[in-house]
Design a protein around this ligand. Structure first.
Ligand SMILES: Cc1cc2nc3c(=O)[nH]c(=O)nc-3n(C[C@H](O)[C@H](O)[C@H](O)COP(=O)(O)O)c2cc1C
Length: 185
């Protein structure tokens, strides 16, 4: 087995491609993030890594809240737009034809078109180097009824979510098995 070795880098694949809404009212903005992950179940906590130079960074700091919106594969244009243009220069809601929806726990608007929305409150900010880590407690989760299975859980195939891998956007594919399948005869 021959391996090519490189210096230290963040070679953890795949990453989600999420749309994070931040700021409030007409000043609300959207940023695309790949540095986003689930960190703790109780209390439900997510982390997002945001460069201090991003316009969104200041909004998240100021308001102390953000919403993680999971885009569908057919939102890929909007995901790319929100990740290549700054809210300093553009109304990304209008450019992507996204609808601001009110949440139940935070003032930051949800993106109505995204099938899953996690309302988060910042509980800690850690400066890591190039990026600051915002740790957010998940205060409420909203899912479109059309993407739910009969038992109320998220259907990955119905939600048709996005991921990023090797500088490209990918659609999540084939189901290979349910958790615990290896223990069943
Ligand atoms: C797929 C993708 C993933 C990205 N992930 C991150 C990220 O995790 N953290 C970050 O600070 N910027 C990330 N960016 C860059 C920001 O989304 C981009 O600089 C954006 O224009 C900043 O918007 P703002 O100035 O309105 O906040 C990503 C961009 C793309 C296209």
């Amino acid at each position: 087995m021959t391996k090519a070795t490189s210096g230290p880098t963040t070679a953890l694949y795949p990453c989600p491609a999420v749309l994070v809404s931040c700021g409030i009212g007409t000043g609300a903005n959207i940023i695309t993030l790949a540095w986003a992950g689930t960190l703790c179940s109780e209390p439900p906590t997510v982390g997002i890594g945001v460069r201090p130079s991003r316009y969104s960074h200041g909004l998240i700091r100021e308001v102390g809240e953000f919403v993680v919106n999971l885009p569908r594969a057919d939102h890929v244009w909007g995901v790319d737009h929100c990740g290549t243009v700054s809210g300093r220069d553009d109304d990304k809601w209008a450019a992507c034809d996204f609808t601001r929806l009110s949440g139940t726990e935070v003032e930051v608007p949800l993106i109505g078109e995204c099938p899953v929305n996690l309302e988060c409150r910042v509980v800690e900010t850690v400066s890591l180097g190039s990026h600051d880590l915002f740790l957010g407690h998940v205060m409420a989760v909203h899912m479109d009824e059309e993407v739910l299975d009969d038992d109320g859980s998220l259907s990955v195939s119905k939600a048709d979510l996005l991921t990023t891998l090797g500088g490209q956007y990918h659609r999540i594919g084939e189901v290979l098995g349910a958790h615990g399948f290896s223990r069943k005869r």
